[in-house]
Write a protein that binds this ligand. Sequence first.
Ligand code: ADP
Ligand code: ZN
Length: 634
Amino acid sequence: MTSACLVTHSADSSAVAILHELFGYKDFRGAQAEIVAHVLSGGDALVLMPTGGGKSLCYQLPAIMRHRAGHGVAVVVSPLIALMHDQVGALEVAGVHAAFINSTLTLEETQRIEREMLSGRLVLLYVAPERLTTPRMLAQLDSLRERGLLSLFAIDEAHCVSQWGHDFREDYQALNVLHERYAGVPRIALTATADDLTRADVIERLALSEARVFISSFDRPNIRYAVVEKDDARRQLLHFIQEEHQGDAGIVYCQSRRKVDETAVWLDRQGISALPYHAGLAAEVRRRHQDRFLRDEGLVMVATIAFGMGIDKPDVRFVAHLDLPKNIEGYYQETGRAGRDGLPADAWMAYGLADVVNQRRMIDESPAVEAFKRNQRGKLDALLSLAEAHDCRRVRLLAYFGEASVVCGAHQNACDNCLNPPATWDATEAARKALSGVYRFLQQRGQRFGAGHLIDVLRGKTTEKVAQFGHESLTTFGIGSDVSEAQWRVVLRQLIALGYLQTEGDYNTLELTPAAREVLRGEVQITLRQPGVASKAARVAKRGKGTSAQRTRGKSPPLPLDEAGLARFEALKAWRGELARERKLPAYVIFHDATLAEMAHTAPGSLEAIENISGVGAKKLEAYGRDILRVLGG
Ligand code: ADP
Ligand code: ZN
């Protein structure tokens, strides 16, 4: 027992030393230290950590340390061929010998890397799963293994192995070969998404029942969550970007390819540099756009969910949803791409009735088996209640992942509901009126109508359609004239989201569900947020703070800099940009914005002073220290 502790302890302290030496970071975050120590000592691990939590170091450090101890090469399985180049580039810049093998390499390049690997000189090798399980690669791994030069396997995006996850990949299924063929070689599987079901599935399929499971808090304290009522979504988006994120890099998610294309063109015309990304674009175009997003500053990527997995650009300042994602896992993973550098970032979503209807219909019309559809409906419902919530969104998000938390309240990046508690109203009576309205249509002539017409009838509007169907004579005509049209839309959306109403057919006509009875009988209490109205307390608070309540976050630079500091920051960025172009790497691989900002802020006058800045490792200090002094001095 004592000796085990000693081993762990000494391993741990040298891990911190390497963390500092190679990556320039002072401390481990969260469970990183524990995970590193566990894998280092040969244990298997399943790591659940939110996006941006710092998963890479959990396998990179053990790989480096095991390599130093003579254990050879670590193999990293990743589905993200397009990103391997940058991941490897970042390691090489930090002074770690790494490489990737994938279909983008020539035969000569591949053979060169294979030699590096077989000699055991390589520290980390990145491969896609389909490549890993080829006979050629397996034979090479066998050879390494026989010579004790196979140090560990890291399986990134491990949820891809599960059909319950949302990125299922056939190739991942074959990864059970690792356990069978290389028993005893430590394996670490990592993912940012795993509800209980997916987690159990990953453990079973990758044979990780003996693995230690590390579950980190899923909270992303630097992300502010906000959901707005869709009104004119594109305008709302533009307003959001202009007000809060002018010049920042961000991702805008849309559901359809067409909407992606249109939104990108539109944003661009409004003066926001934007590019489209979806599976309908040629591979070459997609690659180019992704590259520009990673390399340029302040570009907005408008994309379907085809974009983003594994994008580790640290300075994405916002993720916006113009359409509702399928479930909370998807939402969390997509929004998690914001603010990986730990600086404030926004997760913003516009949400409306059509979203609910579309998502429901997509599930209903999918060819999947009923059990699967039921599972998907349940997940959608959870997301809807998040969108409709008038209490803390962070609490709800975390609760979904089984984590208890306290309201984000007065925190710097509090969610919209905590920041501006919405006014609510008792909509129980209105809900009953709406359901009666639907019922009366049916009773009159067995007809069904959509939300727009129902609202007109409830509000007592004499439209053409009302006249045509003689709906003035209904007892429900005009019974809801005291409720605004916007409020009615919320009521209907809520009734659909809660499953009291459903929509049918191409015209989305409304129909009662069996559960509607409970509402009609007055057995259900429904409290809704007042559209567009903040609570009195929030209004008072805002007025009290005056303009200082206006947010200055989100804009670069990430630190408050004075004029001279700002000039230094710009100079450093220009220098970094040039270097990045030369090395054909994204700028953040050289240094993060946060690191440059700290340099601009403290204006270090010596190499020692630069070394103290977070994000500057020994290799980078040696390579760039003098340049930095020159840039700062001149
Ligand atoms: P994940 O893969 O979990 O999404 P990454 O491994 O990409 O996250 O890490 C997210 C960011 O946090 C990266 O920019 C990384 O350099 C940084 N990071 C990770 N660990 C630390 C640490 N201990 N101290 C400071 N920064 C860290
Ligand atoms: Zn909150």
